[in-house]
Design a protein around this ligand. Structure first.
Ligand SMILES: [Ca+2]
Length: 130
């Protein structure tokens, strides 16, 4: 009888933590640490390193978690922006400029440093992606 009570108690505790875990997930569908209500990029690309084409920048693929009111585009990773650059650019030059802007945006946000921004820019150059 004691054991049964214990099993029930453990099961209830486990269900409780499962419920909490799924509530957290429900509020952050892509798991980028930014709530759905603030997230400007659904289904973020959260690969660990920024890779443009076959060019590995070695730069961490960070997510902008700042509030819009602070100049942020919350819930968007560098790779999300690279994908947007690819989708919106019609020439390689435009893509190059777009990727450069992305690097500078994250640098100005203090999320990557100047050397990392240059690596992102360099990988965006001469990619012949378009
Ligand atoms: Ca996101």
């Amino acid at each position: 009888m004691k054991l049964r009570k214990l099993v029930v108690a453990v099961a209830v505790a486990a269900l409780g933590s499962l419920a909490v875990a799924s509530m957290v997930r429900a509020d952050d569908a892509d798991g980028d640490g930014v709530r759905n209500s603030r997230d400007q990029c659904a289904n973020s690309d959260l690969t660990s390193i920024v890779v443009i084409g076959s060019c590995d920048t070695g730069v961490p693929n960070v997510v902008d978690k700042r509030f819009k009111s602070k100049g942020g585009i919350p819930g968007c990773s560098i790779m999300d922006f690279v994908a947007i650059c690819l989708a919106t650019s019609t020439t390689d030059k435009q893509f190059e400029q777009c990727v450069k802007d992305v690097g500078e945006f994250f640098r100005d946000a203090g999320l990557i440093d100047g050397q990392q921004a240059r690596k992102v820019f360099q990988c965006g150059q001469n990619l012949n992606a378009l």
